[in-house]
Design a protein around this ligand. Structure first.
Ligand SMILES: CC(=O)N[C@H]1[C@@H](OP(=O)(O)OP(=O)(O)OC[C@H]2O[C@@H](n3ccc(=O)[nH]c3=O)[C@H](O)[C@@H]2O)O[C@H](CO)[C@@H](O)[C@@H]1O[C@H](C)C(=O)N[C@@H](C)C(=O)N[C@H](CCC(=O)O)C(=O)O
Ligand SMILES: Nc1ncnc2c1ncn2[C@@H]1O[C@H](COP(=O)(O)OP(=O)(O)OP(=O)(O)O)[C@@H](O)[C@H]1O
Ligand SMILES: N[C@H](CCC[C@H](N)C(=O)O)C(=O)O
Ligand SMILES: [Mg+2]
Length: 485
């Protein structure tokens, strides 16, 4: 592709040099530049990519896209000055891969919790409906059943467009993707033509990055502000910021709710350990999910399928057969009748919800023992709140480690302990080793008791100082239960 074709749809402030040259690829990391590549200089969180323009040229870049032209402009290189390099990266990547998102219907899911659950269930549902479907999620990037382990919930713009180009080549008609607030803020989703957007909820998380809750809301809302009139914007009005998301969108506004009037409604009729009976849009169906939040997720899945033109009866029948997503309320039972639930709840609200779901199904003749930690190098202010939520709805709590990253695990646990009210001091213990914490919970438990192991879900590692050590909550529980002997 020639440079002038690549940039024909973007707003160029200044072009220095020739635009007839052939472009062989795009990179935003100077270390990944090859001969004939376009280097896009982005201002990052840690460094300014403009510092690496010289390195990128030395590495073979023939075009540099930047917000400020460097002092020296070598003759053999073309320079494209733009207002916002982050936004332009996605647009260039989309053009380079021949606008893949326009060849399918892309639906993005945003919100603090529920993104992976909804995007994954939509992928499974549309596979059951017989389509070729793509998925971009925290756990995996999938094209039909072919998958690669995900590096980010929403990867960088270049990777997104590459994935979508592969999806288009495989004949995918739909792509369901998670849209994280980091991705919106860093414009990783620029260049994607969305057919729909879903908002689940917004609660305490990521304040290390967004600084204030208002800024966090603003980032989420920007996704809906950017949707085209041809798309739908589906929001959860049970969340108090649900309608805020729709304030300035051009898209068709739609609502869903478990509690009040909305375009799509759902009611939990019965809850059991192995499933719920729902009234979903006027129809009673059995599902294999537990908890009000899962009723909400299934409603979002249903509403999206209907908006995308699927047959109501077929969709309801398939929803009834959907299984829970890995590491989301995954239950393991010991031979003597102890229950373990491995769940990815890593925010105060998610913990409250998952414990709420347990409370709906427990008999109250048993104990609920919660094992939970908080991630290092992430929002510190959620730590005491997580301990507080765990204690409110558990009989015993073991505070432990969850991906300490570059922080001291003992210091993270101390931050959590600050959320322990005096009245609860006797039901909490801190055990730094997650393996020992799980072992202790299993030893404490009697047959019939429920052990919630929260925070890591599908993760199969413990990240310490940049190294991911193999660790899987489900494996640990199975070992303690003697199930793998
Ligand atoms: C805080 C954050 O989001 N950082 C992301 C960001 O990196 P950054 O801004 O730190 O980059 P930087 O190091 O300052 O570099 C700036 C620019 O200079 C370039 N550079 C840098 C060095 C060099 O030698 N040459 C060079 O060209 C870099 O390629 C970059 O373009 O841009 C990178 C490329 O897109 C991301 O990989 C990186 O994600 C980091 C690894 C990360 O951990 N992000 C997490 C917090 C994240 O994004 N999480 C959300 C999910 C959260 C949730 O909902 O739970 C996600 O979507 O995964
Ligand atoms: N709709 C929901 N409302 C509140 N909590 C939820 C909801 N759905 C799931 N959860 C809880 O949040 C946890 C994470 O769910 P999920 O992985 O679907 O969220 P996510 O938004 O993808 O998270 P991440 O930001 O890490 O990508 C679940 O294990 C469950 O405890
Ligand atoms: N996407 C989230 C996942 C958190 C999972 C938890 N196990 C942790 O490490 O904090 C994040 O990166 O903040
Ligand atoms: Mg996710």
């Amino acid at each position: 592709m020639k440079l002038h074709q690549l940039i024909e749809k973007i707003e160029v402030k200044e072009l220095v040099g020739n635009s007839a040259g052939e472009v062989k690829g795009i990179a935003f990391d100077s270390r990944k530049v090859q001969d004939g590549f376009v280097f896009v200089a982005q201002r990052g969180v840690h460094v300014d990519g403009h510092q690496f323009i010289g390195k990128a040229i030395a590495g073979g870049a023939s075009v540099v896209v930047c917000e400020e032209l460097p002092g020296e402009l070598p003759q053999h290189v073309s320079f494209v000055k733009v207002a916002d390099a982050n936004a332009v990266l996605g647009q260039l990547a989309s053009a380079f891969y021949n606008y893949p998102s326009a060849k399918m219907k892309v639906v993005g899911v945003t919100g603090t919790n529920g993104k992976t659950s909804i995007a994954t269930l939509l992928h499974r549902l549309f596979r059951m409906q017989g389509y070729n479907v793509g998925l971009i999620s925290t756990i995996t990037y999938k094209i039909n059943e072919t998958e690669e382990v995900a590096s980010h919930t929403t990867p960088d713009a270049l990777k997104i467009q590459q994935l979508m180009a592969e999806m288009a080549a495989e004949g995918c008609e739909y792509c369901f993707m998670e849209v994280s607030s980091h991705a919106i803020h860093q414009e990783r989703i620029s260049g994607i033509e969305f057919a729909g957007g879903i908002f689940t909820n917004i609660t305490h998380d990521h304040l290390d990055y967004h600084k204030t809750f208002a800024e966090y809301i603003k980032a989420k809302k920007a996704f809906f502000d950017g949707l085209p009139a041809s798309a739908f914007a589906l929001t959860n009005v049970d969340d108090k910021n649900g309608l805020v998301m729709l304030q300035n969108t051009k898209a068709q506004k739609l609502t869903y709710s478990n509690r009040s009037m909305a375009d799509y409604r759902c009611k939990v009729l019965e809850s059991h350990f192995d499933g719920m009976l729902l009234n979903l849009d006027g129809q009673e169906i059995w599902t294999r999910f537990v908890g009000l939040f899962n009723a909400s997720n299934l409603l979002a899945v249903y509403a999206t399928a209907i908006q995308l033109g699927q047959n109501r009866d077929e969709v309801l029948a398939h929803i009834s057969n959907l299984q829970s997503v890995q590491g989301r309320f995954e239950t393991i039972r010991s031979l003597d009748g102890k229950y373990a639930i491995v769940d990815y709840a890593h925010t105060p609200d998610a913990l409250k919800n998952v414990l709420g779901a347990i409370s709906e199904i427990r008999t109250r003749n048993e104990q609920v023992i919660t094992v939970v930690g908080a991630g290092g190098d992430r929002d510190k202010t959620k730590r005491p709140e997580m301990a507080h939520e765990a204690l409110l709805a558990s009989d015993k709590v073991i505070l432990t480690s969850d991906n300490p990253r570059t922080e001291d695990p003992a210091a993270i646990i101390k931050d959590m302990e600050a959320g322990v009210d005096t009245q609860y001091k006797n039901k909490v213990v801190s055990i730094e080793s997650r393996r020992d914490a799980i072992k202790t919970a299993v030893l404490m438990a009697q047959p019939g008791d429920i052990i919630l192991i929260a925070g890591k879900g599908h993760e199969n590692y413990q990240e310490i100082n940049g190294v991911k050590h193999h660790f899987d909550d489900r494996e640990e529980v199975r070992k303690c239960f003697g199930l793998d002997d």
